[in-house]
Design a protein around this ligand. Structure first.
Ligand SMILES: Nc1ncnc2c1ncn2[C@@H]1O[C@H](COP(=O)(O)OP(=O)(O)OP(=O)(O)O)[C@@H](O)[C@H]1O
Ligand SMILES: [Mg+2]
Length: 166
């Protein structure tokens, strides 16, 4: 099996917003909410994880206020039967804290999860379907996109196809 992975240049903020729009559209194409897809968002402080997440949520809920879940750990956004759960585990002292947040209830049906600092939740946090790693560059950022699960593959294949042609 070839590893489904690609690196995409995001030269400025508008390209990060465009990328979030591509991902949002393709998530809809592959019935991502029905599948229940978990995205791990990796990268250093300030790399663009929350910025991407805000734009992603706003694609589905225009004008929605999206604050970083740094202190609340989880922020959920509901629309029709779907939910987007945005998590930031940076401040988690112990992965056990996820049990108190009833984390398993979040990952049941019709959801997308965007999870910043997922390594802080191991081994309690469910594994990823897709990983995005945001990296600083001399100009802008790159995002490395990798399919982790079978469920994540069709989405990543479509992201690859989209960025091959632009
Ligand atoms: N492609 C890009 N080029 C340059 N700057 C960008 C790009 N995309 C996003 N940014 C900027 O990068 C910053 C990212 O901040 P953000 O809060 O998203 O970081 P983060 O990865 O969530 O960090 P933390 O780990 O602290 O939560 C924002 O100021 C945003 O404007
Ligand atoms: Mg953040």
């Amino acid at each position: 099996m070839s590893l489904l992975t690609t690196e995409i240049k995001l030269l400025d903020e508008s390209q990060t917003i465009d990328f979030s729009g591509v991902v949002a559209r393709l998530v809809a194409n592959v019935n991502g909410f029905e599948k229940g897809l978990i995205f791990y968002l990796n990268g250093d402080l300030g790399a663009g994880k929350s910025f991407f997440s805000r734009a992603f949520v706003q694609h589905f809920i225009p004008g929605q206020k999206v604050k970083s879940p740094t202190y609340t750990i989880v922020e959920s956004y509901n629309f029709s039967i779907n939910a987007i759960h945005h998590l930031d585990l940076y401040r988690l002292c112990d992965p056990e804290e996820l049990e108190y947040l009833a984390i398993r209830d979040l990952f049941k049906e019709n959801f997308i999860a965007l999870i910043e600092w997922p390594q802080k939740g191991a081994p309690i946090l469910p594994t990823a379907d897709v990983e995005f790693e945001f990296q600083y560059e001399s100009v802008g950022r790159t995002v490395k996109v990798t399919a982790i699960s079978e469920k994540g593959k069709s989405l990543v294949a479509q992201i690859l196809a989209t960025y091959k042609t632009v």
